[in-house]
Design a protein around this ligand. Sequence first.
Ligand SMILES: NC(=O)c1ccc[n+]([C@@H]2O[C@H](COP(=O)([O-])OP(=O)(O)OC[C@H]3O[C@@H](n4cnc5c(N)ncnc54)[C@H](OP(=O)(O)O)[C@@H]3O)[C@@H](O)[C@H]2O)c1
Length: 301
Amino acid sequence: MNTNNKPNVLIFGATGKIGRVLIERLNQASDVNLIAAVRSPEKAAPLKTQKIETRIIDLDKPEQYGLSAIQPALVGINRIFLLTGYNVSMLAQSKAVIYAAKNVGVSHIVHLGAYAKDDTTVAHLAWHQMIEIYLQHSGIGYTHLRPNWFMQNLLGYGGRDNQNAGVITQYIGDALVSWIDCDDIAKVAAAILRSPEQHNGKTYPLAVEAHTMQAVSEIFTEVVGQPFRYEPHSPEEFLKIVLEAGADPAYMKCVYNVFTRTREGSVTEAADVFNTVEQITGHRPTSLREFAQKHKPELAY
Ligand SMILES: NC(=O)c1ccc[n+]([C@@H]2O[C@H](COP(=O)([O-])OP(=O)(O)OC[C@H]3O[C@@H](n4cnc5c(N)ncnc54)[C@H](OP(=O)(O)O)[C@@H]3O)[C@@H](O)[C@H]2O)c1
């Protein structure tokens, strides 16, 4: 534990898409003590080599063993970035973190949720909103981040190992949806974790540009210099593939619902865009074209 006067900032999801970049950024910040939460000593090893402090916290443990499975690891922490995975366990995990954080005197939690209108009836988006309300109810300072579609979702469709290189498969027909680069989400989170007071009690939607999948394939074609084409598939096909791959059925049925309803046009906020990234970080967000440029080696085939 650090003994200087800087706040101790704990990052959940430190090995994931957003968390990795958030760790990189806060590791360069001189005004906070950075601590990565990881679920095993093996996951801690690469961070330790970079001299990043780690704490072992498996968010599945409280359901089995109670709050004592995570609360001691939160002692001394002042601020938390709370991110959970693509699983209905997100509910029990987030409640446990918030409750334990309250018990040890954490002052601020930045919660990574998902973009939806407050009256959404899509279940996993509602789960994120219930976590937000529970966090507000706890009395801990809070900031809610609500990103829409991650640009990184598009990287699964390219890359050397992909047999269908150049084919972008998606399940939303011709619908227009808005996108954000996970690196920008991490930059926003870093700025808030460094100065939480000015973002306390705020909810930030994060989405910078709206594109159909056809438009995405045209941008990739131009930037990469190789042909990309959009191949629309049915949401039923998505559900079959992810369930066979072992994903959580409860969460994935919600994603299936998003695809179905987005395709039909009943998610009216699907293409909303905001200037929140610039407002919070002072920098222009990454466009989809810039994202494709940055990931050209992964997309090329
Ligand atoms: N994809 C989208 O378009 C989109 C849009 C809006 C919001 N979201 C939200 O984004 C979140 C996921 O973010 P992401 O894509 O950055 O995640 P990710 O890359 O899949 O990473 C998940 C992180 O959570 C950690 N984790 C999972 N289960 C854990 C457990 N039981 N104990 C401790 N750590 C655990 C993982 O650690 P390990 O390395 O040990 O597995 C990993 O670091 C979800 O809440 C989702 O609803 C996604």
